[in-house]
Design a protein around this ligand. Structure first.
Ligand code: IVH
Length: 811
């Protein structure tokens, strides 16, 4: 097994504009992968690559927290529940773990914990270390000691009710032992299948002519998700308890204590769990487990480190989808060598052309692999991957693997460098190359960029996109697939394949067509029935399923439109903020009218300038104009020079340099800046983009979407068929600061600034970076500066640290 080479990193600091661009590009890519994985069940990249993308995203968000808006994929976990089982809302969300890939990451983790908690450099932090089981996580709810419910993770908020199946598992007690079991105890852990049982099961499956499972995890998942629990009962599923959800009373005050309690209740716990005193101890544990891995008898994909003290876990809390108090240290991916027979181009919903390697089937880490992701043309060029090459492929987890490199010694004669088509293979439109900043992971802290291997360095933001838009059948089909997918309209019986054939048959070309299907003339109905075994019954069933979706929540409706950068969370945020589709559309139209002009955007996009300085520059020139924006005669006649800008307070030399580089002359800058001043975004735009979780990227995408008449028409047609219901927000715990916008400034003494922010967010407050009219409280520590002044100017309530703690009941 070979580790990926460590990447080379650019030393240039990332400007905010660059970061924003890279962030948007990464977010879009991750969203595409999520859709491919969860909705299409056809992942395009390996787990490791996917993780690396997320790490890069997180790295950017670490440096530019304002980019971590609600719709960022960093806030999302796992898949949404599939149909078939009932749904269960988790009392406490089931989250996932941040990943580490290098030894040094253990030390970084310990340091982050230390810093967050404000501990002395020599203060001891104890950790538990345990294997990371490669199975499925499950939440077991015990009431009065009795098992009452078992639920899968699902999307973290809502999972599937698999109680009947879990009740058949011998390793999970129906009743907990002991007197000290709290009235409500949610025990969480991993369901898995041992190697021996997996082998036996596959043998039996083969004999019976049934499906062969790719690996123990798939087999465990397949066994647990049986609609017939007598089948589950025959599968020797096992369980390890390692964490918890709702707990009416805490029976211990350390992680290790909890594991012992679980054991005393009669739950299986992993016997290899140990306490370690520092990062060196954690790494030593990792090595030991890595060596023992093959002989454990079950699959693990790394180890997990957790802060032992539970009061510290509580204080550390979570950052979007994962806890600050734990981290998974993963093993390196497994590799194999095979022949690349062909490169196929897939066209995505947004027109992105994705090259996929067609491989001679090869077993990698126990799984037969025949497709691998190639990302984009730059990746192919950089690795010089050619059809006919022998390549090294790598997989981690059970997602489509990646091509690591070519074995040049084995290159046959007559191969030619691969070129991605410059026209869309589906519609023949020009495929335009979009290039974003290179080297997006460059600013990632070491711990975060570890896995962002060379393969991902230069090409994350390069994409060739079909310009066919609405005329490209591939894009239209993908959009329709998205429309009916699980998190959108979720129409049972109308999956990807049906969309393909219905589209090809001309039966469904736009979303509204789905709903007019049953009312079509007899010819099309007959055609429906004649197709692919769609008998009378299935057609009826399909119509029923479609009819049952004629009422839809606003959030799902917005998500279903498949607007770029408008994912599940943004859709929810929009639904929450605007309540009805009419109100939302009106707000988008208002934002569109108030959107910034090209000159403003051009100035904002100057590399190395920064939004704040750009505003200062605009102000500087605005002072030389009259109300109509014409230059005063005095300044109009005079020659301007870049040197004049030195008079601006807060103007850095680097910013001045950036301007010199970006504009041919000071006059050119002056013209642009004066116009930019007149083209500043208006209130409606600012308000829309500034809404919690929306941001400028999504705002731009929404404006562009509704600006396109064809889209507006398609939406109107659809609205004739379906009724959109107002969004119902899930109930959340109210606190005195729920829904309030707060700004922290200056040095806090009781907790670190990060901890204070996290705490405020936990209580439902929005933490903003700057003070505005909309700010409810400014919490000013010692030596607070301009934000405090701004608060006083705007009449915003200013609280001391103690007053704040009193307000939130933390004294
Ligand atoms: S602790 C807040 N411990 O890994 C999350 N998770 O990537 C607490 N997993 O969803 C999770 N072994 O399914 C924890 N010893 C272990 C684990 C473990 C496997 C899984 C779990 C989780 C995923 C996170």
């Amino acid at each position: 097994m070979k580790r990926p080479e460590p990447p080379l990193f650019d030393k240039d600091p990332l400007t905010k504009a660059q970061a924003r661009k890279q962030h948007a590009a990464l977010a879009a890519r991750i969203a595409d992968h999520d859709a491919a994985y969860y909705q299409a069940d056809a992942p395009l990249v390996s787990d490791a690559e996917y993780d690396a993308l997320r790490q890069q995203l997180l790295a950017i968000e670490t440096r530019f927290p304002e980019l971590a808006t609600g719709d960022s994929p960093s806030h999302r976990v796992g898949a949404a529940p599939a149909g078939g089982f009932g749904k269960v809302r988790h009392a406490v969300p089931m989250l996932s773990l941040g990943n580490a890939f290098e030894d040094g990451d253990a030390g970084d983790f310990a340091e982050r914990v230390r810093r967050f908690l404000g501990l002395d450099p020599d203060a001891a932090i104890e950790f538990t270390a345990e294997p990371k089981i490669d199975g499925l996580s499950i939440s077991l709810r015990y009431e009065a000691g009795q098992l009452v419910q078992a639920a899968t993770r699902g999307d973290g908020a809502e999972g599937e009710n698999v109680t009947a199946n879990v009740r058949t598992m011998a390793s999970i007690p129906q009743q907990l032992k002991g007197k000290r079991v709290p009235p409500v105890a949610e025990v969480r852990g991993e369901i898995y299948l041992s190697h021996a049982d997996f082998k036996r099961l596959n043998k039996e499956q083969a004999k019976a002519g049934e499906k062969i499972f790719a690996n123990p995890r798939n087999a465990a998942a397949g066994s647990l998700r049986q609609l017939d629990s007598t089948i589950t009962a025959k599968r020797p599923l096992q369980f390890f308890a390692y964490t918890w959800g709702e707990m009416a009373a805490m029976p211990a005050d350390t992680q290790m204590g909890m594991i012992k309690v679980f054991e005393s209740w009669g739950l299986p716990v992993n016997p290899l769990t140990e306490l370690r005193a520092d990062a060196a101890g954690l790494v030593e544990f990792y090595r030991t487990i890595e060596e023992a891995r093959a002989s454990l008898g079950y699959d693990i994909d790394g180890v997990v480190y957790k802060v032992n003290r539970l009061d510290w876990q509580t204080r550390l809390g979570f950052v979007s989808r994962s806890p600050r108090w734990a981290i998974a240290h993963k093993f390196a991916a497994e590799q194999a060598t095979t022949i690349l027979n062909d490169i196929e181009i897939q066209v995505g919903r947004t027109g992105a052309l994705t090259p996929v390697a067609k491989l001679a089937p090869v077993t990698v880490g126990g799984v037969v692999v025949s497709n691998a992701s190639l990302h984009n043309e730059d990746e192919i060029a950089r690795k010089d991957i050619r059809i006919g090459d022998t390549v090294v492929v790598q997989r981690a987890g059970d997602v489509i693997p990646q091509v690591v490199r070519v074995v040049l010694e084995k290159r046959p004669d007559g191969t030619v460098p691969y070129r991605l088509p410059e026209v869309c293979p589906a519609c023949g439109s020009e495929a335009v190359r979009e290039t974003e900043e290179e080297n997006p992971g460059a600013q990632a802290p070491v711990a975060l960029r570890a896995q962002a291997d060379v393969a991902l360095r230069a090409q994350v933001n390069v994409v060739r996109r079909c310009s066919g838009g609405l005329i490209c059948p591939a894009q239209v089909k993908e959009r329709l697939k998205h429309f009916v997918s699980r998190l959108a309209f979720d129409i049972e019986g109308l999956g990807e394949e049906k969309i393909e054939t219905f589209y090809d048959d001309g039966l469904i070309r736009k979303p509204a067509d789905i709903f007019t299907l049953s009312a079509r003339d007899q010819t099309s109905l007959k055609r429906l029935k004649d197709r692919e075994g769609l008998g009378e019954k299935s057609v009826e069933k399909l119509f029923k399923a479609i009819d049952s979706r004629r009422k839809i929540g606003l959030d799902r409706f917005v998500y279903a439109l498949g607007i770029r950068h408008v994912g599940e969370t943004t859709s929810k945020d929009l639904a929450k903020a605007y309540g009805s589709f009419d109100a939302l559309r009106a707000a988008i139209h208002a934002a569109a009218k108030a959107k910034p002009g090209a000159n403003y955007l051009r100035l904002m996009a100057v590399r190395g300038l920064g939004a704040k300085t750009a505003e200062l520059v605009i102000d500087h020139y605005a002072q030389q104009t009259n109300d109509r924006g014409d230059l005063f005669a005095a300044s109009a006649g005079q020659s301007v020079s870049f040197e004049d800008l030195k008079t601006i307070k807060g103007m850095r030399a680097t910013a001045l340099e950036a301007l010199r580089e970006a504009f041919a002359s000071a006059e050119a800058l002056q013209t642009i800046a004066v116009r930019a001043g007149q083209e500043r975004p208006g209130e409606a735009y600012r308000e829309f983009a500034g809404l919690n979780g929306i941001g400028e990227v999504a705002t731009g995408a929404l404006i562009a979407f509704f600006h396109e008449p064809h889209n507006s028409e398609a939406v109107d047609d659809l609205l004739k068929e379906v009724s959109v219901e107002p969004f119902v927000a899930p109930a959340s715990v109210a606190s005195p600061v729920t829904g309030k916008t707060v700004v922290f400034t200056g040095t806090l003494t009781k907790v670190s600034r990060n901890e204070a922010k996290a705490q405020a967010e936990r209580l439902g407050a929005k933490v903003a970076g700057s003070v505005s009219k909309k700010t409810d409280y400014v919490i000013a520590g010692s030596d607070a500066g301009s934000k405090l002044t701004a608060a006083q100017d705007l009449g915003v309530t200013v609280l001391s640290e103690d007053e704040w703690l009193e307000l939130i009941g933390q004294t």
